[in-house]
Ligand binder design. Structure first.
Ligand SMILES: Cc1cc2nc3c(=O)[nH]c(=O)nc-3n(C[C@H](O)[C@H](O)[C@H](O)COP(=O)(O)OP(=O)(O)OC[C@H]3O[C@@H](n4cnc5c(N)ncnc54)[C@H](O)[C@@H]3O)c2cc1C
Length: 404
């Protein structure tokens, strides 16, 4: 399995559409067609279910290649892949320990087979006013006619206009966020559902933001009944437990995307600096020591980030969920968010105002790179988690507010 090779077969096509996607604030449907045709929706689906049977490292490789063409489309695929990866990568034994009933395994396999066949899953977790904090969510669910009714409005749902299925987080109706907090700060009755597109699901175009504009991350309104098997894990209240046990899918899968965005900004800056010539400066920008130093710092920072992303991926594949693996998960996310934006900002400064014109790739990449630190877990939250661990605390339990 070679994630980089699959991604390499589509990256030029994504790059050709990235500028228009950024201008329009919408994910090109043709990008999804290309990802689907290359088999990338099934990258992490086991071969027995029709997928490529890849692991976290395959995704880390693919994401970096895709992000060189379009960070936004790589980010959309990250959302899909994080759901597929969490379902395919949670060992059956661990799922049983968490309480998953036997019926869950057949439902999971059907969903994974559909993903391998080309079904696109969008993540509908965040809400206005709550962000992605599970303990703050307002979207509700209740039992109805042997299944569940889900009501609420989600925000920032990447690829919303094109989704076949939405991965929706919701709170049990009798577990109000303003009720007295339980041991985990109120997240105990949060569950995830796989909700097909159709009646009761409407996309509300609302996406007009600074960066990663090509993700088309619109609001989505739900007032929909789903069958019992739509409950992920087959058991209510699993969401925050999975976030703690398998943080790679909520925290670190973004890291490779932003490593790719940082690398793309560097490459665009190198191309500009090498091409720039004026009469008074025949050696171009490369003749200026301050410019060279900026590229030198960026080169070292990106190489270090790649090494951390690779180490994180290696450990997630070899020893998922262990305390030492999880430290690498949080390190990778922190460093990716910070490095991408630092590199992009410094490269823009080295190249000058010419690259800030609308339509120049660096102008888009600079804005895209700014998003890495803001996506969960934010750089500040990652630093708090790692600092608590370093100082001997329990980074999940000892935070001042619920981690999720
Ligand atoms: C390009 C892009 C695409 C996205 N795509 C999706 C998607 O497909 N699906 C989806 O569900 N969401 C998506 N999101 C939303 C994203 O995942 C976050 O949930 C959202 O950005 C949070 O927004 P917020 O403004 O409420 O900030 P918050 O994340 O709530 O942060 C606000 C402040 O609170 C701090 N903070 C947050 N949590 C804690 C904590 N536990 N402890 C201490 N401090 C904390 C932060 O560091 C920050 O300073 C996307 C976001 C972007 C930018």
């Amino acid at each position: 399995m070679d994630g980089a090779r699959l991604a390499g077969s589509v990256v030029d096509a994504l790059a050709a559409r990235a500028g228009a996607a950024d201008r329009d604030g919408e994910l090109p449907g043709a990008d999804l067609d290309d990802l689907r045709a290359a088999g990338l929706f099934g990258l992490l689906v086991p071969a027995r279910l029709g997928g490529a049977g890849g692991g976290f490292a395959d995704w880390a490789d693919a994401a970096r290649v895709l992000a060189a063409g379009s960070g936004a489309t790589a980010l959309v695929l990250n959302m899909h892949t994080s759901v597929v990866g969490a379902l395919a990568g949670t060992p059956d034994g661990l799922a049983r320990t968490m309480g998953a009933p036997e019926s869950f395994f057949a439902a999971r396999d059907r969903m994974l087979a559909r993903a391998a066949a080309g079904e696109f899953i969008a993540v509908a977790m965040s809400e206005r006013g709550a962000g992605s904090r599970l303990s703050e969510l307002r979207t509700r669910y209740r039992r109805e006619d042997g299944g569940y009714r889900i009501t609420g409005v989600k925000s920032f749902c990447s690829g919303a206009s094109h989704a076949d299925v939405y991965f929706v987080a919701a709170r049990a109706e009798d577990a109000a966020p303003d009720a007295a907090p339980d041991a985990d700060g109120g997240a105990a009755r949060i569950s995830h559902f796989l909700v097909p597109r159709g009646a009761g699901v409407s996309v509300e175009p609302a996406w007009d933001t600074l960066g990663m504009r090509g993700t088309g991350s619109h609001d989505v309104r739900f007032d929909v009944r789903v069958p019992a098997e739509a409950l992920v894990g087959g058991l209510e209240g699993l969401s925050s437990l999975v976030a703690q046990v398998m943080p790679q899918w909520l925290v670190a899968s973004y890291a490779a995307v932003y490593a790719g965005v940082g690398r793309a900004a560097f490459d665009a800056g190198v191309a500009h600096a090498r091409a720039r010539r004026t009469a008074g400066m025949p050696g171009g920008l490369a003749a200026l020591p301050a410019v060279r130093a900026r590229f030198g710092h960026a080169d070292a920072a990106l190489a270090a980030l790649d090494a951390v992303v690779d180490e994180c991926a290696r450990r997630v594949d070899a020893d998922p969920g262990s305390a030492s693996t999880n430290r690498w998960v949080w390190r990778a996310k922190l460093l990716a968010g910070r490095t991408a934006q630092d590199v992009a900002a410094s490269v823009v400064e080295a190249c000058g105002t010419a690259v800030t014109r609308r339509g120049h790739p660096l102008e888009r990449l600079y804005r895209d790179a700014r998003c890495g630190s803001l996506q969960p877990a934010t750089t500040d939250v990652c630093a708090d988690w790692l600092g608590l661990a370093a100082l001997g605390g329990d980074p999940e339990a000892d935070a001042d507010v619920a981690r999720w």
